[in-house]
Ligand binder design. Structure first.
Ligand SMILES: [Fe+2]
Length: 255
């Protein structure tokens, strides 16, 4: 990752990045996971290192709005997950990994049919099952890549503290700590953003919901820290703005 950051890489040439994203789009369309992962393997550090503004044009042109929307969500989760990891006093290395894992947690959604992923009407049981597969798909993709240490965050971020989550119904501390953390931030971000199946609510109401689900859906200790952090940051305008979905700080973050 550092070598990508310090030196030039082939994706600094914009036309190469555009061509590669187009290839990825084809592989995803053809469901060719092996070919796609080779590209994802190379593109992840590049995507992490670039701001969304830098990626916007080729991505919109060659993939579609869906990926751009997912990238925005990924960036927000990454930033807030890093903040929470910091409040939990994890080491610098762990915080860094959580930021990157937060960025990649929904990687499996690339392989979910977007007509289901963004369907506006009520989802059938079968369609929900299809969407839920993104956690296991993300884990399989990462297991084929150099980022296997991020598997728990991709695979377990929809597990619940009470064992009622998916894909494996893990509970309590059997869920990897990084996935318990991502789960809170991911749920928060989902609540403050409009989704095809639900209208957004305010950050304050989202915090109330995190509190209500603490000890059932979420690790209660981590949820308490996240809620405290929100109120502590509420008196610091620059930090507090991060809790809103239109905050530029998210999109310009480089790691
Ligand atoms: Fe997810």
């Amino acid at each position: 990752m550092n070598s990508e950051r310090s030196g030039k890489n082939k994706y600094d040439d914009r036309s190469t990045l555009v061509k590669t994203i187009a290839e990825l789009s084809d592989y995803l369309y053809l469901n060719n996971a092996k070919a796609a992962i080779n590209i994802i393997d190379e593109l992840i550090p590049v995507c992490i290192d670039k701001t969304l503004e830098e990626l916007r044009s080729p991505i919109i042109k060659f993939i579609n709005q869906k990926i751009y929307r997912e990238l925005k969500h990924a960036k927000r989760v990454s930033v807030l997950a890093g903040e929470l990891a910091n409040s939990l006093s994890y080491s610098h290395e762990v915080i860094k990994d959580i930021e990157i894992g937060g960025f990649m947690h929904d990687l499996g959604k690339l392989f979910i049919d977007e007509t289901i992923l963004y369907k506006e009407e009520y989802l059938s049981t079968e369609e929900w099952k299809t969407i839920q597969k993104h956690a296991s798909i993300g884990a399989s993709l990462l297991s084929m890549s150099q980022y296997s240490r991020f598997i728990p965050m991709a695979e377990q971020h929809h597990e619940r503290w009470d064992g009622m989550g998916y894909p494996n119904g893990l509970s309590g501390s059997a869920i990897h700590f990084s996935a318990r953390l991502i789960s809170i931030v991911d749920a928060y971000d989902a609540m403050i953003c409009n989704r095809s199946y639900q209208k957004c609510i305010t950050p304050f109401l989202a915090m109330e919901e995190i509190y209500r689900c603490s000890g059932t859906q979420f690790d209660p200790d981590m949820a308490a820290v996240f809620i405290n952090q929100f109120f502590e940051h509420s008196i610091q305008p620059d930090k507090h703005s991060r809790y809103y979905n239109n905050c530029d700080q998210f999109y310009n973050k480089k790691y």
